[in-house]
Design a protein around this ligand. Structure first.
Ligand code: WTA
Length: 580
């Protein structure tokens, strides 16, 4: 969905609820900004001993902040628990001991395939404590998606539940040696460890494995236009970026109650669900279970949430549920709201402002950037539809394919000058993929297109490639097409994002059938279900059109541009490279 530049400015309350923005005026903050001053905020800058679990948990646990709540956990039909920094220090130590007993050591990849529950956070922290690298997997992943990630990361342990376990194809994963099962109450196989039992026997303090800033932090799998999901590896140094952006762009400080609605299976749920807030010692709320607008607004009242970080799809779903729900709750604790994942459309932005008094601020970034790059900042006015300005200490621009910066008002590639703190370190076991991001000389190429205006404000215009954003989640068409052609009825498949009022885009598939299959609605449903049960529900096409042939170039590349034209009824443009 492209966002029309608009001159309509949001008159932003400079000091909502009497609270000052953490960041000085943008020009002042950006002038002479030096990441070295941020490094000085971390204990490792003095000790040389690096581990994110020390900076997020232990140093707060050992300070006056030790008894403060680090994690409020709420499940509408289940557990409601609070964990202090001291609790998390102890529990992550115990889990580190469990991992050590299982033979885990520095640099190992450990998959975490859990629903949003306290153990998910404890597991990730414990993995950090032993210097291993967590590979968080979204709980909705089905077997193929789980396999792709475990196989590529060569994870040797997977932390999961008995419910999710059947989706881990152990027999096909030779590197996977052990499972740690949370909430298992039945029999354990020889390679299975009970989380609860093993935690009981574990010591309450395990010293972190000391690392360097260049050691691995986390691997997040994400999609591109081509190929299977790729593992974006971040390094420990990323914490410098998480910390400062959480402070200035999320505007967090220790008197906040912060609610990030993202799952740690996606980068927002780690960079800003764990690392950013906890390096600052901030209290975080995690809500388990399914989306429910009543529950969501009730959370703000119950926990007196001050800072809320969510995504356009969620804001639109709340809007669709109506004004009566937010009207039932006291939302006056809120001081700041941000948005991520795709542009927030003006209607949804205005609705959130209407019901909360606060306009969501854009934060543009990517799995690969690891941290916010372009944002609207608290205390600064912004125009509706504007993505924002580059975070102090980073430089973003709009360039042509040769890397030349374009004059204001011209659409081009949205790029970032390499070297910001949370820039990905590698694509796991795939150097060529990593290098593709730097094909525009001198720049990291985001794959987005944008315009920069006279004031240096950047306006996101859309993806320049075939990557689909559906309900805020990034889906590669190739992965869906591969799942589709595995169905016996499917000869060929081409997949695009179709604009949608709530989800931003939905996945639409064009399918050519094998001889002998009838193009029925029942078959459409069966094909969609196949993707749902093999990959993930969010990757399944919501719309399928049967076609004679999927348009391809003579070299066999699917021409998704033509599919998009078919869908919108527009002219397909130059089709001279099309086969036949
Ligand atoms: C899109 C999510 C417009 C963009 C953290 C980017 C956005 C992709 C915004 C990365 C925003 C993210 N406005 N578009 N505020 N934030 N995007 O890796 O296309 O899941 O390239 O990271 O989401 O998606 P990813």
């Amino acid at each position: 969905m492209s966002t029309e530049p608009s001159t309509q400015a949001i008159e932003w309350e400079r000091k909502p609820n009497g609270i000052q923005a953490n960041m000085p005026a943008y020009a002042e903050a950006a002038k002479d900004f030096d990441w070295k001053t941020v490094e000085a905020e971390f204990d490792w800058s003095k000790t040389g001993k690096v581990n994110i679990v020390h900076e997020t948990i232990d140093r707060h646990a050992d300070s006056a902040r030790g008894d403060a709540v680090a994690l409020h956990y709420y499940h509408p039909e289940g557990r409601q628990e609070d964990y202090t920094f001291k609790d998390l220090k102890k529990l992550s130590s115990q889990f580190a001991a469990v991992l050590k007993n299982a033979g885990v050591s520095k640099g190992d990849r450990i998959a975490v395939f859990l629903p949003r529950m306290p153990e998910l956070y404890i597991a990730i922290l414990g993995i950090h404590r032993v210097g291993a690298i967590p590979v968080p997997l979204f709980e909705a992943f089905m077997e193929q998606a789980v396999f792709d990630r475990l196989e590529n990361s060569q994870s040797n342990v997977c932390v999961t539940t008995p419910t999710l376990k059947p989706r881990v194809p152990q027999d096909k994963l030779p590197d996977l040696k052990q499972l740690i099962l949370v909430e298992s109450n039945g029999e354990l196989a020889a390679n299975e460890i009970s989380y609860e039992e093993s935690m009981k026997a574990a010591p309450e303090w395990v010293e972190p494995e000391w690392l360097t800033v260049d050691d691995g932090l986390v691997i997040h799998y994400t999609s591109g236009s081509t190929g299977r999901s790729k593992g974006v590896l971040h390094r420990q140094y990323a914490m410098v970026g998480h910390y400062q952006t959480s402070k200035w762009s999320l505007n967090l400080s220790q008197d906040d109650i912060y609610w990030c609605t993202a799952d740690p299976g996606w980068v927002t749920g780690t960079s800003y669900g764990l690392y950013g807030p906890w390096t600052l010692g901030v209290t975080s709320l995690v809500v388990g279970g399914r989306f429910d607008s009543d529950v969501w607004f009730s959370m703000i009242e119950k926990y007196k949430v001050t800072m809320w970080y969510s995504a356009p799809t969620a804001y639109r779903m709340l809007m669709a549920a109506g004004d009566a729900i937010p009207a039932k709750y006291d939302l006056s604790s809120l001081k700041h709201i941000c948005s991520v994942g795709e542009p927030l459309n003006p209607e949804a932005l205005k609705w959130v402002k209407k019901v909360t008094g606060l306009a969501p601020h854009e934060t543009w970034w990517m799995t690969e950037t690891g941290m916010h790059i372009i944002c609207n900042y608290k205390g600064e006015d912004f125009a509706i539809g504007a993505t924002g300005k580059a975070f102090p200490g980073t430089y973003a621009s709009v360039v042509d394919d040769a890397g030349k910066e374009l004059p204001p008002g011209q659409i081009g590639n949205l790029v970032v000058k390499p070297g910001w703190p949370a820039m990905m370190q590698a694509i796991w076991r795939n150097k060529p993929k990593y290098d593709e991001y730097f094909k525009i000389p001198g720049w990291y190429a985001s794959g987005d297109s944008a315009i920069r205006d006279e004031d240096g404000v950047i306006w996101f215009q859309g993806r320049a490639d075939d990557v689909i954003k559906t309900a805020g989640e990034r889906v590669g068409p190739f992965v869906v097409e591969s799942a589709l052609v595995e169905h016996p009825a499917v000869a060929e498949a081409g997949v695009i994002g179709k604009p949608d009022a709530v989800r931003g885009h939905i996945i639409k598939a064009y399918v050519a059938l094998m001889p002998g299959y009838e193009p029925t609605d029942a078959l459409k449903q069966e094909i969609a279900k196949h993707v749902k049960t093999h990959m993930a529900a969010h990757a399944a096409p919501r719309e399928i059109d049967f076609v004679e042939k999927v348009p391809k170039t003579r070299s066999g590349k699917i021409m998704r541009r033509v599919l998009r034209a078919w869908d919108s009824g527009e002219d397909a443009g130059d089709t001279s490279t099309m086969e036949d």
